[in-house]
Design a protein around this ligand. Structure first.
Ligand code: UD1
Length: 353
C-alpha cells in the first residue's frame, strides 16, 4: 500500500503525525506533500520538529493569497505530483483550503481519497472551512470520523455505511505523544507565569477582521488581565489586525505564534482558554481545561456535550463566564480519544483498499 499525505496549514500537522508514525511502524510506503499554505517557521516547520515528523518530500510553496488564488495554485501544482506518485490512497486532513483543493484534483485523476476528520459540520457556510468540509466529504472515498456524531451526520447526508469508518481523534494522539516533552519546555517559567493564566488564541476572520469586534475583544481581555495573567500567542493575521486598528492591550502578554510544545505547556496549566480554534476546543476537553469558544457555533459539538467547551458568541459575556468556571476533577475522554486513532486510520485504509 502506498500513501500520499497532503498537508498545508498549522492544524494539519498534529493530525498527520500519528497517522504517518503508524504507517512507518507498518513499513508502508509514504510520501508527504506540503502545499506551503503556511510557511513561517512558527506556523509550519516548528510543528514538524516538535512532532518528530521528517520534513515533507514535496513543498508546493503556494503561499498566501485570496482563497481563489491559493486554491488555484494548489490545483495546478499538485496535479503533476499525483500523476507521478499514483498512490493507493491520498490522505487529506481537516478543513483547510489545501484539504479541499487536493481532493478536487485527486477525484478527477481517479485517485482514492481518504478524509481524516470527516463528518464535522458547523452548518455555517460563512466559514470557508465549512465549505471545505462539505466538498471534501462529498469527494472522499473513505470518511474517517473522529466522533460518533460525525458518523450520524454522514449517514444523514446519504453516505453509504461502507464509506464511513470511525477511527477516533488523531489530534488527541498527538497531544498524548507530546505532553511529556511539553512539560520539559519550561515555557511558562520563561514567561514568569506562576499562577494559572487565561490563554487566548483568536484568528478567525469573523473575530479579527471587523475593527469593532476586535476592539471589543481587546477590551475584554484587558479587563480579565486585571484579575489574572492573560497570555495571547497571536496568529500573523491577528497581529496585523491589532496593529492596523491601533490596539494596545494593557497587561495582556501578546506573543508571536508559539510552537506546539510551548502551546501545550501553556494550555495544560491554564485556568481557562479563550479561543476560536477548532483544535483547541478538543485539546482543552482532553486536558480537562475549561474552554470558551468565541463563535456562535461549533463543528465539534462533542466538546460541549461531553467536554469542557462553551460557546460564548458575544465578547460582552466573556468576563462573567470566566468568573464562574470550574476545572472538572477528571478530564473527559470521549470515545476514540485514546491515543490510538492513527493506528486505526492505517487499519481502515488497509481494510478498504
Ligand atoms: C487557515 C485555515 C484555518 C485554520 C488556520 C490556522 C483555511 C480556509 N483556513 O487560516 O481553518 O484555522 O489556517 O492557522 O484554510 N500568514 C503568515 N504566515 C504563514 C501563513 C499565513 O503570515 O505562515 C498570514 C498571511 O498574511 C495570510 C494570513 O496569515 O494572508 C492568512 O493565512 P491563510 O492560510 O490564508 O489562512 P489562515 O487564517 O491561516
Amino acid at each position: 500500500m502506498k500513501l500520499l499525505h497532503v498537508v498545508g496549514a498549522r492544524p494539519n500537522f498534529p493530525k498527520l503525525a500519528p497517522v504517518h508514525r503508524a504507517g512507518r511502524q507498518q513499513g508502508i510506503d509514504q510520501v508527504v506533500v506540503h502545499t506551503g499554505q503556511h510557511y513561517d517557521d512558527a506556523m509550519s516547520d516548528a510543528f514538524f520538529r516538535d512532532l518528530g515528523i521528517a520534513p515533507p518530500d514535496v513543498n508546493l510553496a503556494v503561499g498566501s493569497d485570496t482563497h481563489a488564488v491559493q486554491t488555484a495554485r494548489i490545483l495546478e501544482r499538485i496535479e503533476p505530483v499525483l500523476v507521478k506518485e499514483r498512490p493507493d490512497w491520498m490522505v487529506v486532513y481537516g478543513d483547510v483550503n489545501s484539504t479541499m483543493a487536493a481532493a478536487l484534483v485527486a477525484s478527477k485523476l481517479g485517485i482514492r481519497i481518504a478524509h481524516v476528520e470527516a463528518g464535522l459540520r458547523s452548518f455555517d457556510r460563512t466559514m470557508p472551512e465549512e465549505i471545505n468540509r462539505v466538498v471534501t466529504d462529498r469527494l472522499a472515498n473513505l470518511l474517517l470520523t473522529p466522533s460518533r456524531d460525525a458518523d450520524a451526520q454522514l449517514r444523514l447526508e446519504g453516505e453509504p455505511e461502507n464509506r464511513i469508518a470511525f477511527v477516533g481523534n488523531v489530534m488527541i494522539d498527538s497531544l498524548f505523544y507530546a505532553l511529556p516533552a511539553a512539560r520539559t519546555t519550561g515555557f511558562r517559567a520563561k514567561l514568569g507565569l506562576n499562577g494559572s493564566a487565561v490563554v487566548v488564541t483568536l484568528h478567525r476572520p469573523s473575530n479579527v477582521d471587523d475593527p469593532r469586534r476586535i476592539r471589543a475583544l481587546a477590551a475584554v481581555l484587558s479587563e480579565i488581565a486585571l484579575e489574572r495573567p492573560v497570555v495571547f500567542p497571536a496568529h500573523p493575521r491577528t497581529q496585523r489586525r491589532l496593529e492596523s486598528a491601533g490596539l494596545r492591550m494593557d497587561r495582556v502578554r501578546l506573543l508571536e505564534p508559539v510552537g506546539y510544545l510551548e502551546m501545550l505547556d501553556l494550555v495544560e496549566n491554564a485556568f481557562a482558554v479563550i479561543t476560536d480554534s477548532g483544535g483547541l476546543q478538543e485539546e482543552t476537553t482532553a486536558l480537562g481545561v475549561p474552554c470558551l469558544t468565541v463563535r456562535p457555533n461549533t463543528e465539534r459539538p462533542i466538546t460541549i456535550t461531553e467536554g469542557t467547551n462553551r460557546l460564548v458568541p458575544e465578547p460582552g459575556d466573556i468576563v462573567a463566564e470566566i468568573r464562574q468556571l470550574r476545572r472538572p476533577s477528571v478530564a473527559p475522554r470521549p470515545e476514540g480519544w485514546d491515543g490510538r486513532a492513527g493506528e486505526r486510520v492505517i487499519l481502515a485504509l488497509a481494510n478498504h483498499l
